[in-house]
Design a protein around this ligand. Structure first.
Ligand SMILES: CC(C)(COP(=O)(O)OP(=O)(O)OC[C@H]1O[C@@H](n2cnc3c(N)ncnc32)[C@H](O)[C@@H]1OP(=O)(O)O)[C@@H](O)C(=O)NCCC(=O)NCCS
Length: 170
């Protein structure tokens, strides 16, 4: 891949893109929280979670184009852990290694800047692309699985995690 992937902190100016990406059927159907995003709900999130550092959120750039977002949420600075989340909203940017690369960048930030010990995530078992990209980034499935009901259908959720010591070995 010759395109350059970087991440930069999210701003209020990204709101329109975030709403469009996160509300698209492709992305929304792969998330546990399926509520539709609005300008108000996203600005509430920025003000109450991102600005207060409970969440550290970035925009994924492919060359100079914004294509998605990657973040650490529910950051627990005492337990030194956080939950990872990602979505690439621009269809043309999916399946080219951008997700794996962005995960690597935010994990480096999590372990080296925020000094966390562990990053975990939840993913639908049937989201093969996401599971594969998480494995490539170093996340490991340690056997924890839960069934949840979404829109009346039962879906399996896998928990994956990556510890700082294992990230450093890579
Ligand atoms: C999940 C997501 C972030 C992965 O990013 P991506 O850039 O598309 O994935 P990558 O290109 O890094 O893919 C990593 C691997 O998975 C494979 N892959 C990608 N999409 C796949 C799919 N739908 N089915 C099977 N394998 C797939 C790739 O081929 C690649 O493997 P390879 O290097 O051996 O070829 C992205 O597809 C996305 O945003 N999806 C929608 C939202 C979402 O599912 N978010 C996660 C919610 S938990």
């Amino acid at each position: 891949m010759t395109d350059i992937v970087t991440i930069r902190p999210i701003t209020y100016d990204d709101t329109e893109d975030i709403i469009r990406w996160r509300n698209s059927d492709y992305v929304r159907s792969r998330f546990i929280d399926q509520r539709l995003f609005t300008k108000e709900s996203h600005e509430y999130w920025l003000k109450n979670f991102v600005e207060t550092k409970k969440v550290d959120q970035f925009i994924i750039m492919l060359d100079r184009k914004s294509v998605g977002s990657v973040y650490l949420r529910d950051i627990d600075y005492d337990k030194k852990e956080a939950e990872f989340g990602i979505f690439i909203g621009e269809e043309s940017a999916r399946g080219k290694g951008v997700g794996t690369k962005s995960a690597g960048l935010i994990l480096k930030h999590a372990f080296e800047v925020l000094n966390l010990d562990k990053v975990f995530l939840r993913v639908y078992e049937d989201n093969a692309g996401a599971v594969k990209s998480y494995e490539k980034a170093g996340f490991v499935f340690k056997g924890r699985k839960e069934s949840i009901t979404v829109n009346g259908a039962k879906r399996e959720v896998l928990f994956m995690e990556l510890e700082k010591k294992d990230f450093e070995k890579r």
